[in-house]
Structure formats: structure tokens, C-alpha cells
Design a protein around this ligand. Structure first.
Ligand code: PMP
Length: 402
């Protein structure tokens, strides 16, 4: 079995069993090197320098955009907007598209399992436009029934915002079906790919999705660089989200002519080092390949699920089938608060997340206020999962329940 941890300085130098990959992944040396290389060799403010170094900085930045466009199968790199993260990409669409298009009587459809980042912007848009926010509910295992989907999509559905993978249940949503139905009714769809992009190929053209957002840091790139994909014809018609330097063609005392796509949506100095490192992360990820990534993650998830099912008092959220978890296994332990679970695991250097996972409506619907979550990436090992399981088996006893 290939040892990928050696590619990751933090993992190679510590004994941590890092199982909080859904929150943020670790960075391999090649990604850290790419960011450093940008600042060591090409540092100048991109998109404005008329001297050679400035031109090179711009080339690095635009090369990264082409790399991302190929990664998500966009028709043109003009459809790729660099953002800070998923949250910013979704807000861009909520402010720039939804506020100028929606009106009372229109419906915004979200699923009950959305991360707050793909919910609060739509609550805001509904409040400001008078549109109605509607929820598509899932089943306890994270699946959606045909009947509920049919009822949820109406001719009033002007915009649907759905995650491709739940950050709590790990389950993929029926995005293709929903996108088709919303389009038939004349609406547009935004996909939150924050949890999908690290685990499965994304093809925006095949999916025919209108907008799609993801964060670099969840697929091994630095924090502070993210991506919003949007269909060119939609982006062309949208007003800018942020205004200021770099996003204009011409400014007079009275007004401004905005730059062409994609720069119209990238106000201010951009994160070119982060973009270059994101391109390196995509190169690294694709050099490993989806087949290897999926096989390893499913193998580790199967080990997690099988081990957890044997521990008395542990309850897994979601379907419990390794093919339906995208490496994410959320759980509760009878009588033990999730924060205590995380602290006890931490004593054995096992890192898991505990809390509401920024998905409070889902947790409320599931009848819980918080849970713990273990999430694997391809670079984790059976030893990481084994240490987690050994420690988890001790949790109830350590809290005085056995
Ligand atoms: N959507 C989902 C499904 C997520 O899991 C996350 C991150 N936990 C986000 C959106 C927000 O990502 P970011 O904080 O990078 O904007």
C-alpha cells in the first residue's frame, strides 16, 4: 500500500491520526512549494504590471485558472472565478444573481442538509426579495424520495441550492435529477461542491449545473483560495458582487465600465500564490487518480464503519454503507457529549470534529443537537483508523459508564 503521508510534511513529522479531513485537508509539500515558488520567482501584483515580472505573475495566475477549468470540465476559463472559499462563491451568487432576479412568489429550494454557508445566503436573499425559502427533506439515511423531490420542485422554483455531498451524513445528493427538474421549470441550480470536489470528479458540463462552488483548502490547497464556476451567459448578465480595483475597464467621476469576465468578479488584489498552489494540488490529486483515491477512501471507510458497528453504544448517522459516506462518518455515543468524545480521542492524538458541523437544521431534523465526525482522506492509513477505533471503544468506560 503506497505511503502517501511521506508527501505531507505535517503528517510525516507527527504521529497524529488526522481524521478531520472534511473540515480541511492537509497540504503536500508540492503544494507548499508551489505557493512559495510563486512568491520567490514571480511575485508582482498580477493583472496590472506592465513589466516582465508583472506579466509573469499574471501568467501564473491565469494558468491556474485554466487548470481549474480543465479540472471541473468548464467550457471556458472565463467561467472560473477565484474566490476565498465556498462561502464567498455562494454569497456572490446570492447577492449578484438572486437579489436582482427574485421577487415575491418565487421559490428558493434548499435541502435540509445544507451547510450554513449554503443556507444563510438564501435566507438573506429570501428576506430581501420576498421570495419563499423551501426545504427538501431527506430520509434519516440521507436519501431523498422521488415523491418529496417531485413535490419540492414547482414552476415557482427560480433557484435551487444544493450540496453535492452532505458534510454530516457523507451522502451524495441526487443532483442530476434535481438539476433536470429545476431546469424544466425554468430555474437555475447552484451546487455546493465543498465536500464533493476532494472525493469525486466534477464535470459541470455533463451535470449542466448553472453555478458550482468549492474551497481549495478541502482539496489540499492553501486556505483563502476557492472557486466559483458559473455558466458564461449567466455571469455576463450579473452585476459585480464587490467593486473596486482590478475589476474595471474604465472609471469616470460618475461611474465605471466593468472589466470582462472573469475579472469583473475579482475585485482587489487577488490570491495568485493560492491559485498557483491550487493548480499544484489538482496536479497532485490527478497524478494519484480518482480510482486510487476512491478505493483507498472506501477501504478506510469500510474499516471505520465495521469497527464502529461492533462498539456498544455507538450510533452511526447515515446509511452505514461505505459507498454512501464519501469518507465521512458522523456518530453519537450513548450518554457521552460529542465534545468529550473528541477530547478523549485527542489524548491518543486522534483528531475528529465534534459539534453541530454548521448544519443545525439537519441535526434538529435528526433529533440531535450535536455529534462527532471522523472523516478520512486517501492519505490516511488503516493504523489511523485502528487507533481511532481502539480509543472510541474506551470512551464510555472512561466517562464512567461501563
Ligand atoms: N459547504 C459544505 C458542504 C462544507 O462542508 C463547507 C465547509 N465545512 C462549506 C460549505 C464552507 O466551506 P468554507 O468554510 O471553505 O467556505
Amino acid at each position: 500500500m503506497t505511503d502517501y503521508k511521506k508527501d505531507f510534511p505535517l503528517l510525516a513529522e507527527s504521529d497524529i491520526a488526522y481524521l478531520d479531513n472534511a473540515a480541511t485537508e492537509q497540504r503536500p509539500a508540492c503544494v507548499l512549494d508551489a505557493e512559495r515558488e510563486f512568491y520567490e520567482r514571480w511575485n508582482a501584483n498580477p493583472l496590472r504590471g506592465l513589466y516582465e515580472l508583472g506579466v509573469e505573475a499574471t501568467e501564473q495566475y491565469e494558468h491556474a485558472r485554466e487548470r481549474v477549468a480543465r479540472f471541473v470540465h468548464a467550457k471556458s476559463e472565463r467561467e472560473i472565478i477565484f474566490t476565498r472559499n465556498t462561502t464567498e462563491g455562494i454569497n456572490l451568487v446570492a447577492y449578484s444573481y438572486a437579489l436582482s432576479r427574485l421577487k415575491p412568489g418565487d421559490e428558493i429550494l434548499v435541502t435540509i442538509m445544507e451547510h450554513h454557508s449554503n443556507l444563510l445566503p438564501w435566507q438573506m436573499a429570501a428576506r430581501q426579495t420576498g421570495a419563499t425559502l423551501k426545504y427538501l427533506e431527506c430520509e434519516p439515511d440521507g436519501s431523498f424520495t422521488e415523491e418529496k423531490i417531485r413535490d419540492a420542485v414547482t414552476p415557482h422554483t427560480k433557484l435551487a441550492a444544493l450540496t453535492l455531498v452532505s458534510n454530516v451524513l457523507g451522502r451524495a445528493t441526487p443532483a442530476e435529477k434535481l438539476i433536470g427538474m429545476v431546469h424544466e421549470n425554468g430555474g437555475v441550480v447552484l451546487a455546493d461542491a465543498a465536500q464533493a470536489a476532494p472525493h469525486m470528479p466534477i464535470d459541470v458540463t455533463a451535470l449542466d449545473v448553472d453555478f458550482l462552488a468549492f474551497s481549495g483548502h478541502k482539496l489540499m490547497a492553501p486556505m483563502g483560495i476557492g472557486v466559483l464556476y458559473g455558466k458564461q451567459e449567466l455571469l455576463e448578465e450579473m452585476p459585480p458582487f464587490l467593486t473596486g480595483g482590478e475589476m474595471i475597464d474604465r472609471v469616470t467621476r460618475e461611474g465605471a465600465v466593468f472589466a470582462e469576465l472573469p475579472h469583473k468578479f475579482e475585485a482587489g488584489t487577488v490570491n495568485a500564490g493560492g491559485a498557483a498552489a491550487l493548480a499544484a494540488a489538482i496536479d497532485y490529486l490527478e497524478s494519484i487518480g480518482w480510482k486510487e483515491i476512491t478505493e483507498r477512501e472506501e477501504m478506510l471507510t469500510a474499516q471505520l464503519l465495521a469497527g464502529m458497528k461492533k462498539i456498544p453504544g455507538v450510533h452511526i448517522l447515515g446509511s452505514g454503507d461505505e459507498k454512501e459516506h464519501c469518507g465521512i462518518v458522523s456518530f453519537t455515543v450513548d450518554d457521552v457529549h460529542p465534545h468529550d468524545i473528541a477530547s478523549i480521542l485527542d489524548e491518543a492524538h486522534v483528531a475528529v470534529r465534534a459539534g453541530h458541523h454548521c448544519a443545525q437544521p439537519l441535526l434538529e431534523w435528526l433529533g440531535i443537537s450535536s455529534c462527532a465526525r471522523a472523516s478520512v482522506a486517501f492519505y490516511n492509513t488503516p493504523e489511523d483508523v485502528g487507533r481511532f477505533l481502539d480509543q472510541l471503544a474506551q470512551v464510555r468506560r472512561m466517562m464512567g459508564y461501563e
